[in-house]
Design a protein around this ligand. Structure first.
Ligand code: ZN
Length: 295
């Protein structure tokens, strides 16, 4: 089944709910970056929330999400656009931590791996003159709570976020997905009470995904069975890197650094978002040096 997102309006149009299945995206990220389970979960949850948030926007607009909590995983960086494309990476891929006590004993320790000694930054490129960056202190490092707090603190939008990534014994991704629910002005207090009640009593998103719940099923639960479908969007892991872009990058190097590359027969560059490799021969580097000289 392909990855997709559904947007619905509920509670008389005062609540918008986005739900997505992101299994293929997170699986591809895991395979490209060879992440260990806790790193896969942290990156997968961030990819899921980001691709959903990307769908809030239009046309060529996009966002960049940066999470840096000081934990062993290092930074997480994710780009998402309004067309359902997302790409991302985590700084340290070889992280697998399990909570050894407390209510989450036995579960993957995502919050511990991400850390809470830092911020979530979200930069919006709305294709107007300036970009906007909002930031919020990380709350738990579990990602969903951090996005929830970001929406409240930085955007003043009361929200609920649920994210899930399930991992097989062989470290591959079994299933991934999530939702973002946002309360718009005019929402009645009794609707808010009902939503709170539903979120408190509904099964964890991991359990729902594990038994095959679709984005529609998740919206149905959150909307108490009554909602209006507004948008369907196909989602995919998509990196727009290319050899030409890396060429441009090499041209920005100081001339001496570029000339130093002539010592090697082949210069290999690698995209940090998707791990694609691009090779430049000595002759190609020589052409770049001449191009730079001509400027
Ligand atoms: Zn790439």
């Amino acid at each position: 089944m392909k990855d997709y997102l559904v947007k619905g309006f509920a509670y008389d149009g005062t609540v918008r709910i986005f739900a997505a299945n992101t299994t293929n995206i997170v699986r591809e990220a895991q395979e490209r970056h060879h992440t260990w389970p806790t790193a896969t979960q942290a990156l997968g949850r961030t990819l899921t929330a980001s691709v959903i948030q990307g769908s809030f926007y239009d046309g060529e607009q996009s966002i960049t999400v940066r999470i840096d909590g000081g934990g062993p995983i290092g930074k997480i960086l994710v780009d998402a656009d309004a067309k359902g494309h997302v790409r991302g990476y985590v700084e340290h891929t070889n992280v697998n931590l399990i909570y050894d006590r407390g209510p989450k004993k036995g579960q993957s320790a995502v919050g511990q791996a991400v850390g809470t000694n830092g911020f979530i930054h979200i930069t919006k490129d709305l294709k107007v003159r300036d970009m906007f960056t909002g930031s919020a202190q990380l709350q738990t490092g579990e990602i969903a709570e951090d996005f929830t707090y970001f929406f409240a603190a930085s955007e003043q939008i009361p929200s609920a976020v649920g994210l899930g990534v399930l991992i097989n014994d062989d470290s591959s991704v079994r299933v991934a997905g999530g939702y973002i629910l946002q309360v718009m002005p005019g929402c009645k207090p009794e609707s808010l009470d009902r939503i709170e009640e539903i979120i408190k009593t509904m099964k964890p998103i991991n359990d729902l995904l594990d038994v095959g719940a679709t984005p529609e099923d998740i919206i149905d639960i959150l909307a108490d069975g009554k909602w209006q479908r507004l948008l369907d969007l196909d989602l995919s892991f998509n990196c727009d890197c290319s050899k030409e872009k890396f060429e441009k990058g090499l041209l920005t190097l100081p001339e001496n650094d570029l000339k130093e590359l002539l010592q090697d027969d082949v210069t290999e560059t690698s995209c940090q978002f998707c791990r694609a490799k691009y090779e430049f021969t000595k002759e190609e580097i020589q052409t770049l040096v001449e191009e730079k000289d001509a400027k």
